[in-house]
Design a protein around this ligand. Structure first.
Ligand SMILES: C[S@@+](CC[C@H](N)C(=O)[O-])C[C@H]1O[C@@H](n2cnc3c(N)ncnc32)[C@H](O)[C@@H]1O
Length: 184
């Protein structure tokens, strides 16, 4: 990932979370796939009383997020080192209210990841996805060869079993990204 301040400069993270979660957050656990610097984890934790399980494969990033949560006295983040592609989330099926997959669907096995999100969400639970746009020039993001378009994301999301797949307009929050929500 690029340097943290530079990465953070692309988003109004609170704005993104409000759009993806809705004004009132639903009760129930939140699972975040690939939490990175915690750019979105911290705003979600502040937005909600739910526990957020933030998974990342990079121990340094997980430690950084734990430190940030401690410094800000945020108690509802549980950050864990885990390769969720190889090992899944470790969560029981049908237990979570919200699954976040932000800036990640370019990875090698997106359907596997989406199916794991589908498995752990409860009926009516919400999936939220954001990613870099490929219809405009953007300063960062994976190469165009592997960067999924909104249409490709939506097809994958439906293939994984979700319904009510909808676009979310993120223009006022981050002009280089698109957003999609779907229901389990
Ligand atoms: C591009 S960053 C996005 C971070 C965060 N979602 C955001 O939007 O700010 C992708 C993150 O996913 C993590 N990641 C990639 N593959 C993973 C895997 N198989 N298991 C766990 N974490 C993974 C990376 O370490 C990285 O922190």
């Amino acid at each position: 990932m690029p340097e943290e301040d530079y990465w953070g400069s692309f988003f109004n993270a609170e704005c993104v979370i409000n759009k993806m979660f809705g004004e009132k957050s639903s009760e129930g656990g939140v699972i975040e796939f690939g939490s990175g610097y915690g750019t979105f984890t911290i705003p979600v934790a502040k937005h909600s009383t739910s526990t957020i399980l933030a998974l990342d494969i990079e121990p340094d990033l997980v430690e950084l997020l734990r430190q940030k949560a401690e410094e800000q006295s945020i108690k509802n983040i549980h950050a864990e080192v885990r390769d969720f592609v190889a090992d899944g989330t470790g969560l029981e099926s049908g237990t979570q209210a919200h699954a976040m997959i932000f800036n990640l669907l370019h990875l090698e096995h997106p359907i596997k990841l989406l199916k794991e999100a589908h498995r752990v969400l409860r009926k009516g639970g919400r999936l939220s996805v954001i990613h870099w746009r490929s219809d405009i020039s953007v300063p960062r993001g994976p190469s165009l060869e592997i960067r999924p378009t909104p249409q490709q994301c939506k097809e994958l999301i439906e293939k994984a079993g979700f319904h009510t797949v909808e676009d979310v307009d993120l223009l006022e929050c981050c002009k280089f990204h698109f957003g999609i929500v779907a229901l389990r």
